[in-house]
Design a protein around this ligand. Structure first.
Ligand code: MG
Ligand code: ZN
Length: 222
C-alpha cells in the first residue's frame, strides 16, 4: 500500500485565507473600517476599548467582536456602551480565525456600524499567523511587559499598522526604558506607527482616536 499524505495544516490555512478575504470584501462593501486589537493577556486591550468607544460612539455607530477562550468578562465590561457586541468563545483555541470572524460579522447589524473593533484572544503568537480579514492590525504592548517583546515575538509587530504602548502612567514606578522599547520595535518594523498611551488615565488617548478618525476618512475616500 502506498503512503497517502494529507497536508492538513496547509489546506486549513488556505481555507482560512479564503474566508478572510471574503470578510475583508464584505466589510469593504459595507464601508466598515475594522481594527484587530492583539496583544498579551493583560496588555490592556479591553481597557483601551473602554477608553475609545465613547469617542467613536459620539460620531459613528460602532461594534465589537470579543474573542476569548472562555467567559464573557470583557463583553460585560463593554455592555454599558449599548453598542452591538458579539462574544466569541474559542473553546480552548488561542486565537481568532477567519471563520469565527465570519460568524461574528453575521451577527452584527452591519448597516448601523462604521467602525468595528475586534479584540483578539490575548496571545502574542498565533493571532499574528491567522488572517481574519480585518483592515488594520493593532498590537498593544504595555510597558509592564518589558523592553524585548518585539524582538521575541517579531511577527505580530511586523504585520501590525500601529503599536499602542500602553500603561505609560506606570513609567514612574518601573525601571523600564521606553526609548529602548521604541528602538526595539522599530528594528523589527520601521514603518510601525507607535502611539504611547495610558488607557488607565486617558493620557494621549486622543492621538489614538485621531488616528482612527483620520484612517476612517482615508478609507472612505479610497
Ligand atoms: Mg481583554
Ligand atoms: Zn492560537
Amino acid at each position: 500500500m502506498g503512503i497517502k499524505k494529507i497536508n492538513i495544516g496547509k489546506n486549513l490555512l488556505a481555507e482560512n485565507d479564503k474566508i478572510a478575504e471574503e470578510n475583508f470584501l464584505l466589510l469593504k462593501e459595507k464601508r466598515i473600517l475594522s481594527f484587530n486589537l492583539m496583544g498579551s493577556p493583560g496588555a490592556g486591550k479591553t481597557k483601551i476599548l473602554e477608553r475609545t468607544i465613547p469617542y467613536i460612539k459620539k460620531k459613528f455607530g460602532c461594534g465589537v467582536i470579543e474573542g476569548d477562550i472562555a467567559g464573557t468578562f470583557d463583553s460585560k465590561r463593554l455592555e454599558k456602551f449599548k453598542i452591538p457586541i458579539v462574544q466569541i468563545n474559542t473553546g480552548g483555541v488561542c486565537h481568532l480565525d477567519a471563520f469565527m470572524i465570519k460568524k461574528g460579522i453575521e451577527k452584527l447589524p452591519l448597516d448601523e456600524i462604521k467602525i468595528l473593533f475586534v479584540e483578539n484572544v490575548g496571545n502574542l503568537v498565533c493571532p499574528a499567523e491567522f488572517k481574519i480579514g480585518i483592515e488594520k492590525n493593532i498590537v498593544v504592548s504595555s510597558i509592564t511587559e518589558g523592553e524585548d517583546k518585539s524582538v521575541k515575538y517579531p511577527l505580530i509587530f511586523k504585520i501590525s499598522d500601529v503599536c499602542l504602548i500602553n500603561k505609560t502612567d506606570l513609567l514612574k514606578f518601573l525601571k523600564t526604558d521606553i526609548k529602548k522599547i521604541e528602538r526595539n520595535i522599530l528594528t523589527i518594523n520601521k514603518n510601525l506607527k507607535i502611539i504611547k498611551i495610558s488607557a488607565e488615565t486617558g493620557e494621549n488617548v486622543s492621538a489614538w482616536i485621531n488616528y482612527i478618525f483620520s484612517e476612517y476618512r482615508k478609507y472612505n475616500l479610497g
